[in-house]
Design a protein around this ligand. Structure first.
Ligand SMILES: [Zn+2]
Length: 206
């Protein structure tokens, strides 16, 4: 069995002092470092936007962060500018161990469409290649952790299931933008059979 971990968007801009801060996001860095030894394959993802990305409120006149608009037929939350390509904010947290990260998946480059999932853009129009990569490596089951558990981790997990993988959310190694929203998303994830590991003490890999 190819024990596989996907680390989603553990980037500086999502840290507590960043422009799109996820509460207590920095807490997960040592946890993710610690669990990496249990895996055979580790993949990391990176939100990677051009500065003209249309998910940024700053690129729409009269709009502010967290307004919701229709973006070419898809409902889009407008965010503060974040994870702009080649900025410090777009880099992975400096303390995150990446020596064993074999593949980096970047997403959100197309300025016209957002990409919460590491498998597809939000319209499921274009694949990132992650599913093909995992299949090629013989992966059947994937564990997910990172930021934010109610947004990018959630959408990545739902697409993992869509792509036929067994998926597990490592909740203890993830943090949500909105804790109430995460509780709703957990119900949605459990419906198609996603396993949710809430605490480190429940964490077990055979
Ligand atoms: Zn983004």
């Amino acid at each position: 069995m190819m024990r596989t971990l996907v680390i989603v968007d553990v980037q500086n801009d999502f840290m507590p002092d960043g422009p799109l801060s996820v509460p207590k996001a920095d807490e997960i860095v040592p946890i993710i470092n610690d669990i990496q030894k249990h895996y055979d394959l580790i993949v990391a993802t990176q939100d990677w936007h051009p500065k003209e990305h249309l998910s940024f409120a700053s690129n729409h006149s009269g709009k502010k962060p967290f307004d919701i608009i229709d973006l070419f037929g898809i409902e889009q939350v407008l965010w503060p500018d974040h994870c702009v390509q080649n900025t410090i904010g777009s880099q992975l947290h400096p303390d995150l161990h990446t020596d064993r990260v074999e593949a980096m998946i970047r997403k959100g480059m197309d300025p016209r469409i957002d990409s919460y999932s590491a498998f597809f853009d939000n319209g499921r129009k274009k694949r990132t290649g992650l599913a093909g990569y995992l299949r090629d490596r013989g992966v059947k089951e994937v564990h997910f952790c990172g930021l934010a558990s109610d947004i990018c981790v959630y959408h990545t997990i739902m697409d993992a299931v869509f792509e036929g993988f067994e998926a597990t959310l490592l909740e203890f190694a993830s943090r949500p933008l909105d804790r109430e929203d995460l509780e709703k998303k957990k119900v949605e994830m459990e419906r198609p059979g996603v396993r949710i590991v809430g605490t480190l003490s429940e964490f077990y890999i055979p």
